[in-house]
Design a binder for this molecule. Structure first.
Ligand code: GSH
Length: 222
């Protein structure tokens, strides 16, 4: 049976959701984030990077959520949640599947790091300097990048109901994580109504809710 190595409060929630959407049975092996938010060392026994998600299926070990989505759709999707080859929607599908981790997540991760940096342990004399550096990076690079990406995503959702077209696809599942992280701590609010409506539509999907029940607490929503 397909096994999801699931870290609480993490990207692996997307994999559970995709599996619920395509109705593939799966087992979950659970890992709890450590106080420093890292995954526990046991996950490195499954994949050397020790990051989640990782799945194992039929003798294969697959990491990286975009690669996992492609594997699940190719192997178990039976043509669902992917536009037909050779269509403009298929090109957009491939684009968003990669954009989510390749372009949308890096500035969100930088924001997390530079928001936390001035609060970390350090000699008192250094704190004002570190705070100044963090503010410079945020103001000069991170915040403008976040705005650029949110404006872009909002405009793209003005062209079609879902990211790849008018049908819901696995690219929307892949995009859910950056959009949810943006809502939690990346400046996304109801002033971007298309992205907000996207969040409301995905949260209402029965498969999304079943995945939440199986995956456990998902604080990123807050
Ligand atoms: N680009 C990778 C990112 C994987 C990743 O960074 N996962 C986080 C969870 S959201 C993780 O495992 N963090 C714990 C750690 O780095 O120890 C993917 O999409 O799978």
């Amino acid at each position: 049976m397909l096994t999801v190595h699931h870290l609480n409060n993490s990207r692996s929630q997307r994999v559970l959701w995709l599996l619920e959407e395509v109705d593939v049975p799966y087992a979950i092996v659970r890992y709890q984030r450590q106080p420093d938010m890292h995954a526990p060392a046991e996950l490195r026994a499954i994949h050397p990077l020790g990051k989640s998600p990782v799945i194992t299926d039929d003798g294969n070990t697959i990491a990286e959520s975009g690669a996992i989505a492609e594997y699940i759709i190719d192997t178990h999707g039976e043509g669902r949640l992917i536009p037909p080859p050779g269509t403009p929607e298929r090109l957009r599908y491939t684009y968003w599947l990669h954009y989510a981790e390749g372009s949308a997540m890096p500035p969100l991760l930088m924001k997390l790091i530079f928001d936390r940096m001035p609060k970390g342990p350090m000699p008192a004399l250094m704190r004002p300097i570190v705070r100044m550096i963090a503010e410079r990076v945020r103001g000069g690079f991170v915040d403008p990048q976040l705005k650029l990406h949110l404006d872009y995503q909002e405009a793209e959702l003005g062209k079609s109901l879902w990211f790849a077209g008018n049908e819901f696809t696995a690219a929307d599942i892949q995009m859910s994580f950056p959009v949810e992280v943006s809502a939690a701590r990346g400046g996304l609010d109801a002033t971007r109504p298309k992205l907000w409506a996207f969040l409301e539509r995905i949260h209402a999907r029965p498969a999304y809710q079943r995945a939440l029940e199986r995956g456990g607490r998902y604080d990123i929503l807050r």
